[in-house]
Ligand binder design. Sequence first.
Ligand SMILES: [Zn+2]
Length: 57
Amino acid sequence: MRNHVDRLFPPQPPEPAPECAICADLDRKRATANAEGDYSRASDCNVLLRQHGKHAR
Ligand SMILES: [Zn+2]
């Protein structure tokens, strides 16, 4: 189970875009989830951050 998740989500977490409020919100939620040990929620945030990563810069 855990190996399956690790394969889907590589260890490098996506970086939030500095000027994006949505990315900042996801980054904060991810930090909260990690702090609470809720790694499935943290992974969800990583997925959303990665999907949201196409910013025009
Ligand atoms: Zn964003």
